[in-house]
Write a protein that binds this ligand. Structure first.
Ligand code: ATP
Length: 259
């Protein structure tokens, strides 16, 4: 999909790791303001590699990645949520969420205000003084999301954030992420293995294949937002899941034929 003013632009992006693995090859992608894009594909197709390079956590070995058309988008406008909540066990929930702000040297009162606001966003307003070990898996992930939101990002990158959670918690957190995306006009890139999760969340699904990692389909999910249980039960949802599954199945068949 072409955009006049993409927030993320990847041109011919490739990544070869030091051990010779070609994790990603020739990825071209443009993502516009306020899209919700999922990277969907089998294990090893380069989803995390692509996301980490967009985050600036590592460099491509070929091609070019640009975030923002000009200097309007700074690295501070990009936040990352990992599969593991990666909280500091010795620090309270509030101190965990404050981490990016204290690293940026924000003044104490402003920091406390912003941390309170971020905890409210994820429904943990009353849990600032609690330690991570006292929280459920879903609550830990909420803290991790609050830590990502506390810097007020424009671009939120999420790498299989809910893969380790039970189905009910995952459904709840899917709804929370959509609410945050909508309320704060975020642009989100969400890595997942799940067809159902990607269709529920996304305005667009980038299907990837492995060996080498590459994009094989770029599908729009035309259903309107807000999305809710009614959407999850609808014929439109199951139709869309079916076509995305077919695209994903073709990537698996392609890999099998290649070997
Ligand atoms: N640091 C690394 N060094 C060498 N090879 C790596 C490294 N990180 C990933 N790879 C390889 O690159 C390929 C793509 O990995 P990547 O983690 O990006 O895929 P993925 O689609 O996110 O997989 P998964 O869904 O299993 O997380 C895989 O073959 C993987 O083994």
């Amino acid at each position: 999909m072409q955009h006049d003013n993409p927030l993320v632009s990847m041109q011919g992006v490739g990544k070869r790791y030091a051990n010779g693995t070609l994790a990603l090859d020739g990825m071209d992608l443009e993502i516009g303001d306020h899209e919700f894009v999922s990277f969907l594909g089998p294990s090893g197709c380069g989803k995390s590699t692509a996301l980490r390079m967009i985050a600036g956590l590592m460099s491509p070995s070929a091609g070019r990645i640009r975030i923002g058309a000009d200097s309007a988008v700074q690295p501070a406008d990009v936040s990352f949520v990992f599969q593991e909540p990666t909280l500091m066990p010795w620090a309270t929930v509030a101190d965990n969420v404050a981490l990016p702000l204290s690293l940026a040297g924000l003044e104490r009162a402003e920091m406390a205000r912003r941390v309170g606001e971020a905890l409210e966003m994820v429904g943990l307003g009353a849990f600032g003084k609690v330690y991570p070990r006292e929280l459920s898996g879903g609550m830990k992930m909420r803290v991790s999301i609050a830590r990502a939101m506390v810097t007020r990002p424009k671009l939120l990158l999420m790498d299989e954030p809910f893969a380790a959670l039970d189905e009910m918690t995952r459904i709840k957190l899917n709804n929370d992420v959509l609410a945050l995306w909508s309320a704060h006009r975020l642009t989100t890139i969400f890595v997942t293995h799940s067809v159902y999760e990607s269709v529920y969340l996304s305005s667009r699904i980038v299907v990837m294949a492995a060996r080498p990692g590459r994009v094989v389909a770029d599908l729009a999910v035309d259903a309107p937002y807000p999305r809710n249980e009614e959407f999850r039960m609808s014929a439109a949802y199951s139709d869309c899941c079916r076509s995305v599954s077919t695209a994903l199945q073709q990537t698996l068949n392609g890999v099998e034929h290649a070997h």
